[in-house]
Design a binder for this molecule. Structure first.
Ligand code: IPM
Ligand code: MN
Length: 352
């Protein structure tokens, strides 16, 4: 097949890990006789350094015209002053909103050979296989923001339609899995959460009667995610709660450097990015873990291009490299020699 893929490496370790994902996409194209056109563009702090907006208009146009977007990471300490009006993070928020990418899928399946890397006890990790479905274009991230005198305001709003469509994404995913949804909210305090709970309850009852639904308050869910993680199948939640809970869930896998994500909307076009950030502390050293970025490329093949066989070849190659102990410093056991980013990328390529 022919596909046009926008590559937006962004900041910090973004370019390093994205380069490995790009090698993998090229190798998949060669092996399966696809024609992938990969076009790179600046985004985030890197764009600001060049005197551009965080999300330059040509970059947004490229993303719009693409079948899928491979994204690296965003953010830099040099642009983290709270007094700044223009911030690198506006780029990823702008892409999500402009492209209508309202659902962020974050699968979390701890790898058997990496139990040592998680702070949790072995027996708690047994059977963990969960999917966080994070609402991505609503809530407090996109409400009115205001600073007046000594007061700051962040508005949190949700519409019925926004909750309905994310509930449907969760319902469809649950059907292809273990048919169990946990909806996470703060309905004992927030009005948006009470709307969320009513709408999710109705959509699942009417359209997914074969799927089991439970509700949890976010504070309790944050605890249960670590004390009985195997109890979850699909977790559906609003933007801010999903951001926080999915980083927390990364502790189950042992490293943020392993977790990919897919941001999707109504059509097939999606944006694929590791859930880790730009990690400025290790940027430029060639030691970042590329597996989350490569895993994101696999999700791109599956969700946007419909290439299931190719996606699973890539995922199996990553699993094989991990099982063979090719691990970057975030995962390598103490006393062992860690692989660098390139070596980990090559270990994946060698496996297909
Ligand atoms: C993520 C990131 C972003 C978010 C930041 C960089 C704006 O943390 O994708 O999870 O909060 O959504
Ligand atoms: Mn985050």
């Amino acid at each position: 097949m022919k596909a046009r893929i926008a590559v937006l490496p962004g900041d910090g370790i973004g370019p390093e890990v994205t380069a490995e994902a790009v090698h993998c996409l090229r190798a998949i194209a060669a092996k399966f006789h696809h024609d992938f056109e990969l076009i790179e563009a600046p985004v985030g702090a890197v764009a600001m350094d060049a005197g551009l907006e965080p999300l330059p208009a040509p970059t947004l146009e490229l993303a719009r015209a693409a079948d899928a977007i491979l994204f690296g990471a965003i953010g830099a300490p040099r642009y983290s002053d709270p007094a700044l009006q223009v911030r690198p993070e506006q780029a990823i928020l702008g892409l999500r909103r402009e492209l209508g990418l309202f659902a962020n899928l974050r699968p979390i399946v701890p790898h058997a050979s990496l139990r040592h890397a998680s702070p949790l006890k072995d027996e708690l990790l047994e059977g963990v296989d969960l999917m966080v479905v994070r609402e991505l274009t609503g809530g407090i991230y996109f409400g009115r923001q205001l600073r007046q005198g000594d007061t700051a305001t962040d508005e949190c709003r949700y519409t019925i339609a926004e909750v309905e469509r994310i509930a449907r994404v969760a319902g469809r995913l649950a059907r292809a899995r273990r048919r169990q949804i946990t909806s996470v909210d703060k309905a004992n305090v927030l009005e948006t959460s009470r709307l969320w709970r009513q709408v999710v309850t109705r959509v699942i009852a009417e359209e997914f009667p074969d799927v089991q639904l439970e509700h949890q308050l976010v504070d309790s869910a944050a605890m249960l995610l670590l004390s009985r993680p195997a109890g979850y199948d699909v977790i559906v939640t609003e933007n801010l709660f999903g951001d926080i809970l999915s980083d927390e869930a990364a502790a189950l896998a042992g490293s943020l450097g392993l977790l990919p994500s897919a941001s999707i909307g109504d059509g097939t076009r999606g944006l694929y990015e590791p859930i880790h950030g730009s990690a400025p502390d290790i940027a430029g050293r060639g030691i970042a873990n590329p597996y989350a970025a490569i895993g994101s490329a696999a999700l791109l093949l599956r969700h946007s291009l419909g290439l299931e066989a190719e996606a699973s070849v890539l995922e199996k190659a990553v699993a094989g490299a991990i099982a063979a102990g090719i691990l970057t410093p975030d995962l390598a056991p103490r006393g062992t020699v860690a692989a660098d980013t390139r070596a980990a990328g090559r270990a994946v390529l060698e496996r297909f």
